[in-house]
Design a protein around this ligand. Sequence first.
Ligand code: ADP
Length: 432
Amino acid sequence: MTSPQSRQPVDARHARLMTGVSLLAAIGTLVIWFTDRQQGLATTWDQWTIPMLSALYLSISVLHIVKPCCMPWALPPTLIATSIYLLVAIHLATGGQSLAQLYAATSLAQLIPVFYVIAFVSWPRGGAWISGLTYAGLLAQYLFSLQLPTPTGGWSDVHLLTQKTLLASVLIHPVCILALSFIVHLRGQLSTSQQEAFKGKERFLAMLSHEIRTPLQAMLGSIDLLALKLHGNAETRALDRLRNSATQLDTHLRDVTEFTRLEDPALRIQADTFDLTRLLNDLRDDWIERAQAKGLTLTIDIAPGDQAALQAVRADATRVRQIVCNLISNALKYTLVGGVTVHASLSRQHRGRGMTIVVEDSGIGIAAQHLETIFQPYVRLEDARALRADGTGLGLAVVQRLVDRLGGRLHVESHPDRGSRFTVELPMADNG
Ligand code: ADP
């Protein structure tokens, strides 16, 4: 039975959310415009501007998918256009000479807080500015409406209602903007203290790692020297046990330090152009001895049509290497017969602007109920312990975090006793 498991990185989830919101806004405005027109509630201003706004929201949602890097430039003009639309529509409604105008004033006054929320979420730096300016415009409309002569006849009630709606908005909106600013401020504070906590933890771990690993390296060196002098079987076995334990301790310390470093939200990804086929062949050279010692094969399989493109991919080479290295290490650890194959191709998911790396083994496999848990830190399965394989339970947690950081996806399929297949989909980083 195949049991796939995949996770989505936080950035990808945010991008999807923003795509959904802009798409919903595009459809929503168009539907409201259509029904308003049917009922004669659309003003002359609405006739052209709403379809244009809807088209703008639609292009923003498409841009989110095809060119997410352009969003910081595309969002401010969209928000400014929306703000101008809202203010002009309210300005035209303040005369209150028709039901359509009264409807425009009341419905838009309700819509403006939604605009504030979207502005704060999508444009964290400028959200407060655009919301404040929109509010200032609304306040000006209200003060302007006070100067207008009260219409005579039946329209005086409509005029009064419009004014009351504007007054309520003018009184309530500052609370809304203040609350949103406060939330943004709290988020900022939270991330600053989070970063400080991470820095402290990292400093402590770096110190601990240095203090323990330096004497450990000296111990490993001495063990090797001692091995040259010992000849008896019992002594050699005791020394091997000592070497294994010291190596294991060294691996544990390295894994814990690495895992903690990856928790740091300020960790930077360094994108560069590199040759993926070469990186994979280098990794094969690093691991082939270990594979052969276990009687296993280790093969690199590059998709024939993608060879040229994979020789110049853009991503963080060190992180990609770490991901594949951890997966190969696991595949060799948990395979007793057969071998391990690493397949590389251009990613269909990213329409050729990404890479797919698959590490496949013919090993012990993973039961379906454990596929959720193996990515959690410090989780080791019984089968792994039974094999007496070294490990900290951090290898896959590190892989998961790295893939998240690179904006990719990790997916596993496994059949107990038949093998596992870990698929990593990584987008290419943008230039510059
Ligand atoms: P470890 O240091 O124990 O290898 P990992 O986080 O890398 O920690 O993996 C967690 C657990 O997932 C392992 O202990 C093992 O039980 C299981 N596992 C990981 N990779 C494989 C694989 N290729 N085949 C079978 N089991 C695996």
